[in-house]
Design a protein around this ligand. Structure first.
Ligand code: ZN
Length: 133
């Protein structure tokens, strides 16, 4: 396993599991046991992949489990996917372009479409190929 030195104090960091919080709109989500490097000086280093992963999973969790979904949650989810408003509209339909205007009501089925995209983007499809006969 690779070792990593602390960006704050230079000491060698330990690979361990930490609790990580994400703020999704007005919700705060706790992700337990996120693997990361941590130093005895309390500095933790998450990789970019990990941060994208925790953001997408946290957004999916809020979309599935919280009743009051506002435009901040939709915006967070879109950014976690690294998409522009036009790109998310292209993938999920043009109502998504308007969701970041607060007056639009977001239906459960539309939320679940976004959850599907969040979890799909988070999966590894590297070893899967579509074979058409
Ligand atoms: Zn340190």
């Amino acid at each position: 396993m690779n070792t990593e030195n602390c960006p704050s104090c230079g000491k060698e960091m330990q690979w361990m599991q930490l609790d990580h919080y994400e703020t999704v709109g007005r919700y705060k989500v706790l992700l337990k046991n996120v693997s990361t490097y941590r130093c005895s000086c309390d500095t933790a280093v998450f990789s970019l992949d990990q941060l994208e992963h925790t953001e997408r999973v946290a957004a999916a969790y809020v979309l599935m489990n919280c009743e009051d979904i506002n435009s901040d949650v939709i915006k967070f989810a879109r950014k976690a996917l690294g998409l522009t408003k036009d790109e998310i509209a292209f993938k999920l339909g043009y109502t998504f372009w308007f969701f970041e205007n607060a007056e639009f009501e977001i239906k459960r089925i539309e939320r679940l479409a976004l959850v599907g995209l969040l979890l799909c983007e988070d999966s590894t499809f590297e070893n899967i190929k579509l074979v058409v006969k």
